[in-house]
Design a protein around this ligand. Structure first.
Ligand code: BV8
Length: 237
């Protein structure tokens, strides 16, 4: 039962919207101005690396703007992690660092992290605090060119075994700020249901997978997420 069992939380771009970062599929989203095929696939990077690097360099600079700060939803999840008596695994599709800056200890970035780079030669992952173009060399092997440490379409998301094991053992699965368009993340609710978990969606509007959740609460993440966390923690008393 949820009373105090393990929790898996999945977040998407919607949780960072009120912090000032764009989502992907909203009217003002990232895919409204640029095509996935041109900037977010290995083929795009092979065809025009400068264009792909420029796309991520611009997003990285945007994230590093001091105006971009975690919001109450990020902070509420950090509080849940700290106060819940059983394991809480926070899986995020987001490549920003707002969960970490809100106090989450170890978010699992299944689609990578924009503030890290990966060497094309030795595959080492290193911090990427600034632009990757015009091409600093890998700090590990000293020779490889660097790509963003980001999972593109057609690439395998990170730590899937760990995510699937946590879903198989969870009592509660909460999906926050995601449209349910992108797999395999959009399929996690099925794994949670198969494990007998309670499944809840917290989103601005019903996602594509809304009907597969036991419950949905709709509104801005900065409102619905803290309220839900307060309710969970109050249930422990
Ligand atoms: C893979 C990093 C296989 C880059 C991203 C079936 C099974 C498996 C794969 C597939 C499949 N069908 C299709 C595929 C292929 C593909 C896919 O899913 N395509 C879709 C488009 C159909 N999947 C893949 O390619 C994945 N890889 O499957 O590999 C494989 C197997 C073997 C060997 C090798 C490979 C990889 C997918 C990862 C791609 N990378 N991101 C980057 O960030 O630039 S995905 C990208 O979409 C982001 O990570 C983003 O997080 C993610 C999902 O988007 P959302 O987060 O949901 O954002 P969106 O804008 O869509 O929605 C925002 C939501 O927030 C909305 O609902 C909105 O209402 C809400 N919202 C807005 N404001 C608020 C709010 N909510 C609350 N409060 C608010 N204020």
């Amino acid at each position: 039962m949820v009373e105090s069992g393990p929790i898996v939380v999945l977040t998407g771009a919607g949780i960072s919207r009120e912090s000032g970062l764009h989502t992907f599929r909203d009217a003002d989203g990232i895919w409204a101005t640029v095509r996935i095929e041109d900037v977010a696939t290995p083929e795009a990077f092979a065809r025009d690396p400068a264009r792909v690097q420029a796309f991520y360099d611009a997003r990285r600079r945007g994230l590093l703007d001091p105006a971009i700060q975690p919001n109450a939803a990020h902070r509420a999840l950090a509080r849940l992690e700290a106060e819940w008596p059983a394991p809480v695994l926070l899986v995020t599709q987001n490549i920003d660092d707002l969960h970490e800056r809100a106090g989450s200890r170890a978010p699992l970035h299944m689609h990578g992290e924009i503030l890290k780079a990966r060497c094309l030669a030795c595959r080492a992952v290193s911090p990427a605090p600034g632009d990757l173009a015009p091409g600093p060399a890998c700090p590990g092997c000293g020779r490889g060119p660097l790509r963003p440490h980001v999972v593109w379409f057609g690439e395998m998301p990170l730590e899937m075994d760990r995510i699937e094991a946590a879903l198989d053992a969870c009592a509660l699965f909460v999906s926050i700020g995601t449209s349910g368009n992108v797999y395999p993340a959009a399929g996690f609710v099925e794994l949670a249901l198969a494990a007998g978990a309670r499944t809840v969606e917290l989103n601005l509007e019903r996602s594509l997978g809304a009907a597969r959740f036991d419950e949905g609460r709709y509104g801005p993440a900065s409102v619905v997420v803290p309220a839900f966390v307060d309710e969970l923690l109050a249930g422990l008393e």
